[in-house]
Write a protein that binds this ligand. Structure first.
Ligand code: PLP
Length: 397
């Protein structure tokens, strides 16, 4: 076979997906595996959104759409930014893509030259670093541990900035930690960025609607950062629409136009039917979203309380998204039967084989002393899973 391009060897397969594959294999062998590894709502898409899609199919809304999205959807996104976030992004400053994943990749392709540095707080969402590497950029990690609720400080940010810093990317509410930056904390970070006008901030707000701490705060709200914040959002999490593949940005016009140019050569406009569904979602009732959020909140508490009873596990407070990110370093270095637990990956494999519960190693998110637990599954399964984890970890004393 011909050798593949160098970039293929520079990036990793998402470990979230690798773990899910492994747990499916165990399930196929007849084991009752509880999968807490995937970042996906377990709820179906709300009915009024599905109805809009059906109507679009029946109306033969089946042709290519404009690359940046149908005008109706860009208007709905612009209105949503104003209504929910008090942000002024004109429809022309929005762009619809095939999931927030593509939105982020577009922005990175549009901004980053080889050698440019992109500051990424750790723990980070798996794809940020790989996307930066794909374009020859250099990820610069700023580590925040559980003692700081996995949120970086202004001093840490200041220390990470060099003359090569081009962008900063983070999520709040955060995947993988479930932490949420407060308005004050964002303001402090904004104060640092004010002194460095060459840095574009990519604010991934895909979990905006799944938060338990009051209103959503965006770093785009600060006037001092006007014209250099890209807000990334989408339908996947808050509207239980992962498979529909709709993400979007609100951004300075030049960045939107650059992303449109890139997307025009890659995928064109995203799925026409899904765009109509997204219009219904953004303009419609938020009740289903609020109900889902209430369920996540309850489940987050359930999981946190269960983890707090396990000696050696240190769990953070679930504030949003549908993850907790306990520190499990106490179990590293332990030997039990044929298992030698050197890394968080070893611990995940132990729990998969012994407890039949699938989690994701913190190594995937740049945090090797932690594991990610997704609680986007039923209360009954979570209770069962927590019991199994408890029993298996207790054996490691
Ligand atoms: N950003 C974060 C923080 C995510 O967790 C995810 C999905 O897991 C995405 C972006 C991508 O979302 P989408 O499904 O819209 O591509």
């Amino acid at each position: 076979m011909q050798p593949l391009a160098d970039r293929i060897y520079q990036i990793n397969e998402p470990q979230t997906i690798a773990m899910a594959k492994l747990s499916r294999e165990l399930a196929a062998q007849g084991h009752d595996v509880i999968n807490l590894s995937l970042g996906e709502p377990d709820f179906p898409t709300p009915q009024h959104i599905k109805d809009a899609a059906k109507a679009a199919i029946d109306a033969n809304f089946s042709y290519y759409t404009p690359v940046a999205g149908i005008p109706e959807l860009r208007e709905a996104i612009s209105a949503k930014f104003k209504r929910e976030n008090n942000l002024d992004f004109a429809p022309a400053q929005t762009l619809v893509s095939t999931g927030a994943k593509q939105s982020i990749m577009n922005v990175i392709l549009a901004l980053i030259n080889p050698g440019d540095e992109v500051i990424i707080p750790t723990p980070y969402w798996v794809s940020y670093s790989e996307m930066v590497k794909l374009v020859g950029g250099v990820p610069v990690f700023v580590h925040a541990d559980i003692k700081q609720q996995y949120k970086i400080t202004p001093d840490q940010l200041t220390n990470s900035i060099t003359s090569k810093s081009k962008a900063f990317i983070f999520s709040s509410p955060c995947n993988p930690t479930g932490s949420v930056y407060t308005k004050y904390e964002l303001q402090q970070l904004a104060g640092v960025f004010e002194k460095h006008p060459g840095i574009t901030i990519i604010s991934d707000e895909i979990y905006e609607h799944i938060r338990f701490t009051g209103s959503h705060e965006s770093i785009a709200q600060f006037d001092s950062l006007k014209d250099r914040v890209v807000v990334v959002n989408g339908m996947s999490k808050g509207f239980a629409m992962t498979g529909w593949r709709i993400g979007y940005i609100g951004a300075p016009l030049a960045i939107v136009q650059a992303c449109e140019k890139i997307q025009g050569q890659f995928t064109s406009g995203t799925n026409s039917i899904a765009q109509k569904a997204a219009v219904a979602a953004l303009n419609g009732t938020m009740q289903p979203t609020e109900e889902m959020c209430a369920a996540y909140k309850r489940r987050g508490t359930l999981v946190k309380q269960a983890l707090d009873t396990i000696e050696g596990v240190v769990c953070n407070e679930p504030e949003g998204a549908f993850y907790v990110f306990p520190d499990i370093s106490r179990f590293l270095g332990v030997t039990y039967g044929s298992y030698t637990l050197t890394t968080a990956t070893d611990l995940c494999l132990y729990l998969l084989h012994e407890a039949h519960v699938s989690l994701v190693t913190g190594e995937a998110f740049g945090a090797p002393s932690c594991v990610r637990i997704s609680y986007a599954t039923s209360d009954a399964k979570l209770q069962d899973a927590m019991q199994r984890i408890h029993t298996s970890l207790n054996k490691l004393k």
